[in-house]
Design a protein around this ligand. Structure first.
Ligand code: C2O
Length: 344
């Protein structure tokens, strides 16, 4: 059977995944007993998520205002599930053991390290984006993606590094603020050009060369009653983790914010990082390689999650409805993909 959506009334304490230590946070969501099975709404036009390093002034002003309002909810109504901390806590609850598997109180739900990784995060961003749009009354609002797979995007996007912006976060590795170049392969390279070259090699490898099966990319099967974390796909293990490590603040015990599951969503850059992870899934599906791009197992397709939508309604979503981002109403700005032809 598929992993079932968690029961919010049974949500409990959160633990650090690596050490098992109890965390000093309550990341359980507000409770609601009305759950609606979510239907993707109709739309007229695909919304285009922009690359974060290329956004216009007008776009940035909107984005900042939306985040400002989301953060203001933390103060005006901390129980509003659309508030910034509540949104961050979603990640904690689904990743640090606060939610148990339905019918298996001794088994955590863990949305990383398995084939649930891409679909869970796609849905998470989907509602986060809709909530931001709702808060500024703009249903066309889109999240920007951190284009770390392109040399022009291989540093933290500058819009997140303006200390006067609501996008700024002090809990980041100060040594890695722009113009520091990300190291997607943990190569330890110190030369910028070498890092860029390594990054393109890493991208080609995790998207193409080292992917010999669908699950190599997507992650391992994770079913009802299974122990959490059966195994990561190449993208989750590679560029995805690298960006978390790059941004996380080594001055903090758990490298908060980006360096730990429970706190990663407290950094606004998290959602743009994951927008690019989401983009990698969509690009991978278009690659003309021999590896089948879909998982047809009903225990994958019927796995479900709960989220609050932009109207504070608790909804149940299925993996099956997340497979095509266009059906969800968005696509990505077209930018060069230099690693595609990068066969060193
Ligand atoms: Cu849910 Cu990048 O982690």
């Amino acid at each position: 059977a598929p992993i079932a959506a968690p029961e919010f009334d049974k949500c409990s304490e959160a633990r650090d995944v690596a050490t098992g230590d109890l965390l000093d946070v309550n990341c359980c969501p507000p409770y609601s007993d009305t759950i609606i099975d979510y239907k993707l709404p109709r739309f007229n036009k695909l919304r285009v998520r922009p690359a974060a390093h290329k956004v216009t002034k007008e776009y940035l002003a909107k984005f900042e205002e939306a985040i400002r309002r989301m953060k203001a909810l933390d103060k005006s109504d901390p129980t509003d599930p659309r508030g910034f901390m509540q949104q961050a806590n979603i990640h904690c609850a689904y990743c640090n053991g606060a939610h148990d598997q339905v019918g298996h109180a001794n088994l955590d739900i863990q949305v990383h390290n398995s084939w649930l990784f891409f679909p869970f995060h796609r849905w998470y961003l989907y509602f986060y984006e809709r909530i931001l749009g709702e808060l500024i009354d703009d249903p066309t609002f889109v999240l920007p993606f951190w284009n770390w797979d392109n040399p022009k995007g291989m540093q933290m996007p500058k819009i997140f590094d303006n200390t006067n912006s609501p996008l700024y976060n002090t809990n980041r590795n100060q040594a890695n603020r722009p113009p520091a170049i990300i190291d997607l392969g943990f190569s330890g390279a110190t030369d910028d050009l070498q890092k860029v070259v390594n990054n393109l090699t890493v991208m080609y490898s995790e998207m193409v060369r080292s992917v010999n099966s669908t699950l190599d990319f997507m992650g391992q099967p994770y079913l009802d009653g299974d122990s959490p974390s059966p195994g990561m796909g190449s993208s989750e293990r590679g560029s995805h983790i690298a960006a978390h490590v790059f941004v996380g603040d080594p001055r903090n015990k758990y490298s908060e914010d980006m360096g730990n599951f429970y706190s990663a969503g407290r950094d606004t850059i998290f959602y743009s990082h994951h927008a690019n992870v989401d983009r990698m899934w969509s690009i991978w599906k278009t690659l003309k390689t021999d590896v089948p791009k879909e998982i047809n197992n009903p225990d994958y397709l019927n796995a479900s999650f709960l989220f609050y939508d932009e109207k504070k309604q608790l909804v149940r979503v299925k993996v099956a409805d997340s497979l095509d981002h266009r059906k969800m109403g968005y696509e990505f700005e077209k930018v060069d993909i230099p690693w595609l032809n990068y066969k060193p």
